[in-house]
Design a protein around this ligand. Sequence first.
Ligand SMILES: CC(C)(COP(=O)(O)OP(=O)(O)OC[C@H]1O[C@@H](n2cnc3c(N)ncnc32)[C@H](O)[C@@H]1OP(=O)(O)O)[C@@H](O)C(=O)NCCC(=O)NCCS
Length: 171
Amino acid sequence: MLRIDLKPTRELSKFEKARRDCVIQSSFYIYWNDFVYAEPDWTILVWEGEEAVSAIEIFERTIQVGGKPLRVGGVGNHATKTEWRKRGYATHALLAAQDFLRDTLRVEFGLGFCKDNLVPFYEKFGWQVVAERVLVEQPGRSRYLEDKIIAFSTRGLPWPPGEIDLRGLPW
Ligand SMILES: CC(C)(COP(=O)(O)OP(=O)(O)OC[C@H]1O[C@@H](n2cnc3c(N)ncnc32)[C@H](O)[C@@H]1OP(=O)(O)O)[C@@H](O)C(=O)NCCC(=O)NCCS
């Protein structure tokens, strides 16, 4: 039976961490690059019985847009194990994340990154492309990360103008 769990990442058990890693690593190895990434604050896991089939993680961060601070819920590590795809599991995870951003974290925006081919998927749920690159911190220097930068407004507000500086590691 389908179950959606949301908890602080630091409270995941060894078993849950292993299951999460299995979902995320098996889906993301194709994107591996030389960036150093942030540790998530919250993990959402979608379970079918004893098997974690889909995941999404949330990163609390005050970024800067056009030089002004903006508190966002970073959304990343959104993945479904290959053999469980196209059955709506990633949709369950994404909708749980959007509710959490709006009702619990109470941030104005979710912010994530995706490849061109997935933009229509996120647009279906109200996300919009707001930039093509962001400034991120990396050990010893700042650097641009290029991707489709997508934002979700929890209250229907427009994304503010200006360069996006994540003020930390990317997610
Ligand atoms: C994207 C991903 C999380 C979707 O998981 P899922 O559980 O299959 O998603 P759902 O069943 O809820 O929805 C399926 C939708 O995903 C979209 N989608 C999935 N893979 C896609 C691809 N390669 N190209 C375009 N759209 C894709 C489609 O819109 C599809 O909807 P449709 O079948 O009705 O057209 C999964 O394909 C995955 O783990 N991919 C690798 C990791 C990744 O790219 N994550 C996103 C990083 S931004």
